[in-house]
Design a protein around this ligand. Sequence first.
Ligand code: HEM
Length: 526
Amino acid sequence: MRVDEKSKDQQLAKDRAEPTGNFLTTDQGIRVEHTDDSLKIGARGPTLLEDFHFREKITRFDHERIPERVVHARGAGAHGYFQVYESQAKYTRAKFLQDPSKKTPVFVRFSTVAGSRGSADTARDVRGFAVKFYTEEGNFDLVGNNIPVFFIQDGIKFPDIIHAAKPEPHHEIPQAQTAHDSFWDFVSLVPETMHMIMWIMSDRAIPRSFRMMQGFGVHTFRFIDEKNTARFVKFHWKPLLGTHSLVWDEAQKLGGKDPDFHRRDLYEAIEQGDFPEYELGVQILEEKDAQALGVDLLDATKLIPEEVAPVQPVGKLTLNRNPTNFFAETEQVAFCVANIVPGIDFTDDPLMQARLFSYLDTQLTRLGGPNFAEIPINRPVAPVHNHQQDGFGRHTSNVGRANYFPNSLGGGCPFLAAQQQGGYVHHPEQVSGKKVRERAASFNDHYSQAALFFRSLSEPEQQHLIDACRFELGKVETKAIQERVLEHFAKIDALLVSAVAEGLGLPAPKATPVTPKGPPASKALS
Ligand code: HEM
């Protein structure tokens, strides 16, 4: 089957409702006389229960809201397409990465993490950068962020970091900010957060526009080629407009004057034909070279320096169409790290492993049951054949009497064809070890890359980071928390700790900065 850029739009078009110029009807297709008065006994009398139009209209309204995402609730989406520059067959057999003439349809959702659906766009926060590729082999979701590392190393701590970062539970204050005791309490007690804290206090956490923001797959994935050779891969998105940030003062003012600043910018740019473009790049590492790296590839709080593995350009993403309906598309889209295609595979990164479970699990609640892959925005353009059936919101009528496998009665998936047509085969990784609840020692260095990042910044950028720490930590009421954070900063950089301590009016602990191993950070972070 040939998939091109238009195929997803054609699929979506089937579900578009165009009421303009048509009769108003109920959901059952019955024409409505008028919709301004309920059915009453006399013009001033009681409303009748038999008024099916009134009951349907109010009931539908009562149930319009679905739960917002537990994280990344606030977002904006766009359609587009992806095209490779040249075949990546030397690394992967993924079909959408082979043919430069082919345009693979995509849907992208950018988001903030901590704020609720109605929060302001310009808050200091990580930004989500989630891409759904509708490939002819099925959907591939690259569910990334605009920062290349993460707060924690094991997904079992995700509820803890998110509870700490969201508004405090007793009064829901503050909305969408990291300026409160519980966030910094967690950070002060979990030093693996330090590298990410440097990024989140930097200008990267207040992008000027979604169009001027990098994206990263964060985890190490695997590429698998035709000969089943596996290589490690990190995914990068670079905006062709360059990476630009707001300064904090701008971000705060915009947050008040135009809470939709980023959403509006993306929408208007696309409407005007000023299509946002991003280059996909990959860092490739041979499995045999991973040991010598000095950084554990399974640790999502670390990045791989570009001197070791340069970012190789792979292709371009163009966003050229706004959603027809925000709810149907941007709100109902369901990204999942586990949505993967042949030629790409996971690793044992314990953060990634938790994500492989979490997204589908949360979407079962958020999108009302197991059939959300049938919602038009989530439907693959690749054909779907299986014996899944029933459940809330089912659209598909399974045909035939055999709803099990294998079967000899027909009507289901042809037995032999399914076996012979090259299904997804997981990389046969050799694994052995004791069953333990432990963290690898190779995950232990929490300060080197934090220091590399801080020292890679220009003087004004360092000052912005220091000002952000002073502002955010300055809102913390518990002095012991501020002191614990300063102890960590002392291990990162002498200037950082003294300047932040001075801003907080606290004595600076003695600086004992690490001497980072590895290449100069400026190159590692371009
Ligand atoms: C949502 C990225 C870690 C659970 C999202 C979204 C993005 C994202 C971009 C928004 C998707 C959208 O636009 O609909 C990341 C990245 C992570 C990370 C880059 C770390 C590298 C985790 C972890 C967990 C998790 C460790 C859980 C163990 C969730 C959940 C949602 C979500 C439950 C909401 C999904 C939905 O309701 O559709 N994440 N996340 N994330 N993430 Fe993560």
